[in-house]
Design a protein around this ligand. Structure first.
Ligand SMILES: [Zn+2]
Length: 172
C-alpha cells in the first residue's frame, strides 16, 4: 500500500529535494561592418577581428551567461534592464552578469558554454576566457567548460556572419 508520505518522499528523490537546478541561456550577434568595433568575448579583446553589432560591447558569452542566470532567478536582465544600463554608459557586459548575480540565491556548481562561429579561432583564448568567467562568478576555473565549433558551416554562425553561444548553469 503506497501512502501519501511515500509519494512525497519519492517526488523529493526525483527532483533532488529542490537542492539542485540547471538553466540554459543563449545569445547571438552578427558581425558589425564598423572597422573600429572591438570583438570582446568573455571580457577578452580579440584583436584583428570584426566586432559584434550591439548597443553594448556585444559580448555574446557574457550575454548567454546572463540569460542562464536569469533562467534560475526568473529575473530577466538582458532587454529592458541592460538597455537602461547601456544608456547610462555601462556597455561592458560583465555589468549585466553582476546585475543577474544579485538575484541568485544559489551556489554556482558549474557553467558550460558552447560557441558556434566560423571565425575567430577561439582555441588560443579559451584559458583566459575561463579565467575571466571564474573571477566574475567567484568559482574555480575547473568548474567551467568551454567548447567552440564551426558546426561544419551549416548555420549563419558557421558561415561567418556572427557568433552564437549557449550556456548551461548548474546551481545548488
Ligand atoms: Zn547579446
Amino acid at each position: 500500500m503506497i501512502s501519501e508520505y511515500d509519494i512525497i518522499e519519492s517526488d523529493k528523490q526525483h527532483n533532488g529535494g529542490d537542492t539542485m537546478k540547471c538553466a540554459i541561456g543563449q545569445d547571438s550577434h552578427s558581425f558589425s561592418q564598423e572597422p573600429d568595433r572591438k570583438l570582446i568575448l568573455a571580457g577578452v579583446h580579440i584583436k584583428g577581428h570584426a566586432g559584434l553589432l550591439a548597443n553594448s560591447d556585444g559580448d555574446v558569452i557574457y550575454h548567454a551567461l546572463t540569460n542562464a542566470i536569469s533562467g534560475i532567478t526568473s529575473v530577466n536582465i538582458l532587454g529592458k534592464t541592460a538597455d537602461l544600463m547601456c544608456k547610462a554608459g555601462l556597455t561592458d557586459s560583465s555589468f549585466y552578469v553582476k546585475e543577474a548575480l544579485k538575484s541568485l540565491e544559489y551556489k554556482i556548481e558549474h557553467v558550460s558554454f558552447t560557441i558556434e562561429c566560423m571565425s575567430p579561432v577561439l582555441f588560443p583564448y579559451i584559458d583566459i576566457m575561463k579565467e575571466n568567467i571564474a573571477s566574475l562568478l567567484g568559482i574555480d576555473k575547473k568548474n567551467i567548460g568551454l567548447t567552440a565549433t564551426s558546426g561544419e558551416g551549416l548555420t549563419s554562425f558557421g558561415k561567418g556572419y556572427g557568433i552564437m553561444c549557449f550556456c548551461l548553469i548548474t546551481v545548488s
